[in-house]
Design a protein around this ligand. Structure first.
Ligand code: 5AD
Length: 358
């Protein structure tokens, strides 16, 4: 089939997606251009900002790729105070971000659940109920998801990380705490509770094939997700998966494959929100901007209190940009406007997909 015909399709078979992901050179440019057109036609040229607050790196999980895994004893563990978290949220609100994302390592103790619950109420209070709140705090019980939803969270990010079960167990320990089935079930719980649900994967993992990635795209479609965040896998020295670094694609290849994934997903699910992931900038300083140009429409400036940033070190070269000053924010905004986008002002910027499925 001609590439131009394939790019005009709205439904794709597994092999067609794998083919799109394999594109290079001029053909890849055609894919990226088409994805940009679809994005502008379906979700418009607005870019929405979400303030990311990584409020604690304490984690009960032991994912084989992640720098803040439980067994990494080199990490200095932190918990930001309520005041620090609320200051970051206030900055987001005053700068007319539509929403904030509270992210942390995964804990499920009653104290943690209660703490998040209280934070949600306080954030709602400080912003006269205006600021939207997304949580990214891992797998929890249905009851916890419900409790947090009732206290004001309305979106939830939980990456599946790899939707092929076999690959999933190559990058996670095979223990009940890291059950693939539980992770999928958590995504279902979130949807059932009423959240806008976001998931995603890492791209360029050891053992991962284009078939796996095509399967990931179809998984997103099957789960009918509202939002997606995916970025390149980047090795971290103090993790078990680092031993497989010799089998990886180059960082540049992983970067370009990540852009192909974003573009292909925009064709497959035109009306969802797609984030330009921070990990892209561990490879290319303009990584997020490039992602916006091939189909992404969300950017998550890092508003984590500065002292903690170096301890939320998920992967090598993770940017510790200062995006919580008005100057750096303005620079980021003018960069985005320079490439022809508009900045969503104040609105939540819900995924159009979610609005339609309600
Ligand atoms: N490389 C890239 N992304 C990573 N994450 C964790 N470790 C790495 C890594 N080594 C991502 C996971 C997680 C998100 C918060 O960070 O996908 O869901």
């Amino acid at each position: 089939m001609e590439l131009s015909n394939l790019l005009s399709k709205t439904e794709f078979a597994h092999e067609e997606l794998a083919f799109l992901l394999s594109l290079k050179g001029e053909e890849r440019q055609a894919l990226w251009k088409k994805a940009a057109e679809v994005k502008n036609a379906v979700v418009g040229s607005n870019v929405y900002f979400r303030g990311l607050v990584e409020f604690s790196n304490i984690c009960s999980k032991d994912c084989l790729y992640c720098g803040i895994r439980k067994s990494n004893e080199k990490v200095v563990r932190y918990k930001a105070t309520d005041d620090e978290i609320l200051d970051s949220c206030r900055f987001a609100w005053e700068n007319r971000f539509g929403s904030v994302v509270l992210q942390s390592g995964e804990l499920s103790s009653p104290a943690f659940v209660k703490r998040v619950d209280n934070l949600l109420k306080k954030i709602k209070q400080l912003s006269n109920n205006e600021l939207g709140i997304t949580l990214s705090c891992g797998e929890q019980t249905l009851e916890t998801y419900r409790r947090w939803f009732e206290s004001g969270a309305h979106r939830y990010l939980l990456r599946i990380e790899a939707s092929n079960r076999e690959l999933y167990y190559k990058i996670h320990p095979d223990t009940p705490a890291h059950s693939f089935e539980k992770r999928v079930e958590a995504l279902q719980f979130l949807r059932e509770t009423g959240y806008q649900v976001g998931t995603g994967v890492m791209i360029g993992l050891p053992f991962q094939t284009l078939d796996d990635l095509a399967g990931d795209l179809l998984f997103f479609k099957k789960m009918d997700i509202d939002m997606c965040g995916m970025g390149p896998y980047i090795e971290h020295e103090h993790t078990p998966l680092f031993a497989h670094r010799y089998f990886l694609q180059t960082k540049q290849e992983r970067f370009e494959l990540a852009l192909n994934m974003i573009a292909a997903l925009r064709l497959l699910m035109p009306d969802i929100n797609i984030a330009a992931a921070t990990a892209l900038e561990a490879i290319d300083p303009n990584g997020r901007k490039k992602a916006l140009k091939v189909g992404a429409n969300i950017i998550m400036p890092n508003l984590t209190p500065c002292d903690y940033r170096k301890e939320y070190f998920l992967y090598e070269d993770k940017p510790v940009l200062l995006e919580n000053s008005v100057e750096s924010l303005n620079e980021l905004k003018s960069n985005i406007i320079d490439v022809g986008f508009e900045i969503g002002k104040g609105e939540w910027g819900d995924s159009k997909h979610f609005r339609h499925r309600k």
